[in-house]
Design a protein around this ligand. Structure first.
Ligand SMILES: N[C@@H](CCC(=O)N[C@@H](CS)C(=O)NCC(=O)O)C(=O)O
Length: 203
């Protein structure tokens, strides 16, 4: 399988980390959706990162769907996360909150970096920042005691929250300070110190 997109995208990075955690071989192509638009469009005209191309040549998009495809077809008996049903529910909830945090952080970056200053809409930026903080507050509350997040087998929530934490700290420290969410900050630091995360670093 090919995985296309840069590791500065939290979605590309969570996909790469998940595939690697499952020992699924893939070829990573670090193409930018902005600086290499044409090259990216030649693979996927929709230009969304991540894009994956299966060994049969099917072009897939959306990190969650690519991970779902990999789990269904390429992971063998390997799995991710806890087996206890209550922990599975929390794993899914925290992954959803982590993805919402990624989405709001990316929206904040796009609004501020892609639009000229005079065209930026402050009420939208305020709304996005409020949603991001709500997601981070819920994460901070719910990860209390969830010591399985970075245990073996690694959970999807652990991967997604750590990737979100690093993206927020790197890209929008003036919008939210990750240090205001100490449990999330500690989880991010612990994940980033592992061999797996070091092998797939934030670009
Ligand atoms: N829900 C998607 C979001 C993917 C996404 O928005 N990726 C960004 C890069 S961080 C992208 O493709 N941006 C280019 C664009 O939307 O035009 C996923 O989970 O993969």
């Amino acid at each position: 399988m090919r995985l296309i997109g840069m590791l500065d995208s939290p979605y590309v990075r969570r996909t790469a980390l998940t595939l690697a955690a499952l020992d699924i071989p893939f070829a990573h192509e670090s193409l930018s959706v902005f600086r290499q638009y044409g090259e990216f469009a030649a693979i996927n005209p929709v230009v969304k990162a991540p894009t994956a191309v299966t060994d049969e040549g099917v072009v897939l998009l959306d990190s969650t769907l690519i991970i779902d495809y990999a789990l269904k077809t390429l992971a063998g008996s390997k799995r991710l996360g806890p087996a206890d049903p209550r922990q599975i529910a929390l794993d899914v909830r925290l992954t959803g909150l982590g993805l919402a945090a990624c989405e709001k952080a990316v929206q904040s970056v796009y609004e501020r970096q892609l639009r000229p200053a005079e065209k930026q809409h402050q009420p939208w930026l305020d709304r996005v920042a409020g949603q991001l903080k709500a997601a981070l507050f819920a994460i901070e509350t719910d990860i209390l005691g969830a010591d399985w997040l970075l245990a073996t087998p690694l959970s999807e929530a652990g991967i997604t929250l750590a990737v979100a934490g690093t993206f927020i700290a790197e890209m929008i420290p003036d919008v939210v300070a990750l240090s205001d969410y100490p449990r999330h900050a500690a989880l991010t630091a612990a994940a980033e110190a592992t061999d797996l995360f070091r092998a797939w670093p934030y670009e």
